[in-house]
Ligand binder design. Structure first.
Ligand SMILES: Nc1ncnc2c1ncn2[C@@H]1O[C@H](COP(=O)(O)OP(=O)(O)O)[C@@H](O)[C@H]1O
Ligand SMILES: Cc1cn([C@H]2C[C@H](O)[C@@H](COP(=O)(O)OP(=O)(O)O)O2)c(=O)[nH]c1=O
Length: 213
């Protein structure tokens, strides 16, 4: 049975870039590694509906914090069986965003903290009712909000499909989300957490994870 690791952080923090490098290093060291990313755009109706809502579609759906949280959660719920299979076939499964994304963005939108009602609702919905496997480790790529924003904007300029959505354009929301993420990490919400700095060395991180495994 493999271990489940989720990488979390703000939009533009560099999660996807870091996951790619860590996975390459772990694979080169001979471990069986699988990756996943949420939202599962192009693969799940729920993920596509969430993206469309964040770009102004589906009426007032994006105005509802619980509504959006439910849609993101259902995207993951549809992947639960596949995730369990990946865990049984691999040593390590790394996810680019998992249920803590829902907890951090939703609590930040509601101006709640990590120990509030919203994060509890996410936990019960996703790990309880949807039966998703709990992560063994969650990692926060803790990048200052200004740097994440610059990176997200640079990416938008290079790739027209990565146009900034409603959450990404809201700098205030991003900074509150960063605060909730740090609270989730410091209280070890759902699993133990590890906080990574923006200059984290992917090879050293991979070596640590391989040893931990
Ligand atoms: N360590 C880094 N240094 C400089 N630029 C980076 C770094 N990590 C990512 N980037 C760039 O920042 C942008 C956002 O990175 P990405 O991995 O897509 O972030 P996320 O998945 O967290 O939204 C991309 O254009 C990427 O090339
Ligand atoms: C996966 C997930 C994302 N989100 C938010 C974070 C982002 O602001 C937004 C889109 O996810 P993101 O990973 O940033 O997608 P993109 O590839 O478009 O940059 O949705 C949640 O609120 N809950 C979730 O469960």
């Amino acid at each position: 049975m493999g271990i489940l690791i989720a990488l979390e952080g703000l939009d533009g923090a560099g999660k996807r870039t870091l996951v790619d490098k860590v996975v390459a290093a772990l694979t080169a060291s001979g471990l069986r590694v699988a990756v996943g990313a949420f939202p599962r755009y192009g693969e799940s109706l729920h993920a596509d509906v969430a993206a469309e809502a964040l770009k102004g579609g589906h009426g007032d759906l994006a105005d509802s914090v619980y509504g959006m949280g439910l849609v993101f959660a259902l995207d993951r719920g549809g992947y639960a069986d596949e995730l369990r299979k990946l865990l049984s076939d691999n040593d390590i499964v790394i996810l680019d965003r998992y249920l803590a994304s829902n907890a951090a963005y939703g609590a930040a939108r509601l101006r709640q903290h990590a120990d509030g009602e919203y994060t509890q609702w996410v936990r019960e919905l996703e790990l309880g009712r949807l039966g998703l496997p709990a992560p063994d480790l969650q990692m926060l790529l803790d990048v200052p909000v200004e740097l994440a924003r610059e990176r997200a904007k640079a990416r938008e300029a290079q790739d027209a499909t990565r146009e900034l959505d409603a959450y990404e354009r809201d700098g205030d929301l991003q900074s509150r989300t960063g605060e909730v993420y740090r609270e989730l990490a410091s209280t070890n919400w759902v699993s133990r957490w590890r906080v990574l700095s923006p200059d984290v060395d992917p090879a050293a991180l991979a070596a640590d994870l391989a040893e931990w495994k």
